[in-house]
Design a protein around this ligand. Structure first.
Ligand SMILES: Cc1cc2nc3c(=O)[nH]c(=O)nc-3n(C[C@H](O)[C@H](O)[C@H](O)COP(=O)(O)OP(=O)(O)OC[C@H]3O[C@@H](n4cnc5c(N)ncnc54)[C@H](O)[C@@H]3O)c2cc1C
Length: 407
């Protein structure tokens, strides 16, 4: 197996790199490089530029506007975008719902929703998790009962950890439509819910680093037209599993690891840590260890994506990449915190906003250097990496089951 990139892959990499350099607005790049919080408008600006080039929806088939890339090209694209300081593609409509609608939606659902996702006109929230139903998603209790005339479902329940719900006008949700099904997975359906419907309330959850991008959603007699059912009644688990396969793509975050490792090297130089021989040796050893682990992780990912290999990363390998990639990123963020030292202490949530940094010159206390202002927040925020997309403990179970079953 040949792990080197082909000339065509290298040409593709250069094309993506040039595009990012030319099209990514400087203020957005600056926020990303400083680890600051992005507004919805920042994402939409970038998404619209990608869409104009036909690159917003790499996971969609060409007949629905996908670019028809190989998995290796998608890997290169993700990496180049991150290294060039572009925002991550976070909208659930693009990465999760789109592929589900393409695979399971009616022609009307595709025509109605896909163009708005691609134009970033509609943002979708993922309404899966509930209090008590996270890892064990099949135990979810939100109910959807069909009205006697068969035209609407009435939905009641409580969703939690709903990312970016504050920016979303629609939600795709798993709901229980048959409480008496033989197995819990068999009584679940996949519904599209208008978030402006009467009875739906969004309440923000304050996160460790001060942000409020996670939410609780309360559904109190929310009426949903029957044409918003995706796939068959009580067969929503199939759509949900298909969707989660798309969610986990790229979750190893190799581009992010590289980006943060480069940030660590730059900050270490800026903080003068190279001047003390002992500190220099300790830090060099730690960064070298990260570099080695990153090379190993990348080699594993590339082995799976290399031409001639299976076209999709299989479940157990995806779990391995997720566990290693997220733990490595968390370790790098902790090192960034060490590098920042006492400068990481005067943390304030507002420090994640560009205006705060621009105003820092006039602040009554000594300003934190802009490059360090967000380090503590970023490190706290990184705790989520090993939880979402299926917690690392659960991924380890999957790896163990697959490996033990094979021996
Ligand atoms: C930042 C973030 C964004 C998220 N966004 C969304 C979203 O948009 N929409 C959505 O629906 N959900 C979202 N989630 C929810 C996410 O999918 C769940 O947090 C995750 O599935 C874990 O579920 P839980 O939090 O209920 O933890 P639990 O399942 O209660 O687990 C608690 C602990 O027990 C461990 N554990 C559980 N079961 C086992 C087991 N069988 N073996 C070993 N250990 C186990 C877990 O690993 C964890 O450490 C998000 C979560 C985070 C952190």
């Amino acid at each position: 197996m040949k792990l080197a990139f082909s000339a065509a892959d290298e040409a593709f990499r250069q094309a993506v790199r040039s595009f990012v350099r030319e099209q990514l607005p400087g203020d957005i790049r600056r926020k990303v490089e400083l680890g600051l919080r992005l507004e919805q408008a920042d994402y939409v600006t970038w998404f619209n530029r990608l869409e104009a080039r036909g690159w917003l929806t790499p996971g969609w088939p060409p007949e629905h506007g996908g670019p028809g890339w190989t998995h290796l090209q998608r890997f290169i694209f993700d990496e180049e975008c991150l290294l060039g300081g572009a925002p991550r593609i976070i909208a659930s409509g693009i990465q999760m719902l789109g592929p589900v609608l393409i695979a399971f939606g009616t022609p009307e659902q595709k025509a109605r929703y896909l163009p708005d996702i691609r134009a970033s006109r509609t943002w979708w929230a993922q309404g899966f998790s509930e209090p008590g139903s996270g890892s064990d998603l099949a135990s979810l209790r939100t109910t959807a009962v069909l009205e006697p005339d068969g035209r609407h479902f009435v939905v009641n329940g409580h969703k939690v950890w709903t990312s970016y719900a504050q920016w979303c006008s629609m939600m795709f949700a798993l709901v229980r439509t048959d409480p008496n099904a033989a197995k819990p997975q068999e009584g679940i359906s996949f519904l599209l819910i208008d978030m402006t419907s009467p009875g739906l309330t969004v309440r923000p959850i304050r996160m460790l680093e001060g942000g409020t991008d996670l939410n609780e959603c309360f559904l109190d007699n929310v009426r949903v037209p029957v044409e918003n059912l995706v796939g068959e009644l009580n067969q929503g688990w199939t759509c949900g599993k298909y969707l989660l396969g798309h969610e986990r793509t790229g979750i190893a975050g190799i581009g992010s690891c590289k980006q943060q490792l480069a940030r660590a090297r730059q900050l270490a130089g800026q903080q003068g840590l190279g001047e003390d021989a002992l500190l220099r040796a300790l830090l060099q050893a730690r960064l070298a260890q990260f570099e080695i682990e990153l090379i190993a992780l990348e080699a594993t990912a590339l082995r799976l994506l290399a031409p001639g290999q299976r076209s999709r990363v299989p479940q157990v390998e995806a779990s391995m990449l997720k566990v290693r990639g997220t733990e490595l990123r968390q370790a790098i963020y902790e090192t960034l915190l060490d590098i920042a030292g006492p400068d990481a202490l005067p943390f304030s949530a507002e420090a994640q906003f560009l205006e705060f940094l621009d105003a820092a010159d006039d602040a009554p206390v000594a300003p934190v250097p802009p490059e360090l202002a967000s380090v503590a927040a970023n490190c706290l925020d990184a705790r989520k990496l090993s939880i979402y997309g299926g917690s690392n403990e659960v991924q380890r179970n999957l790896i163990a089951q697959a490996v033990l079953a094979a021996h």
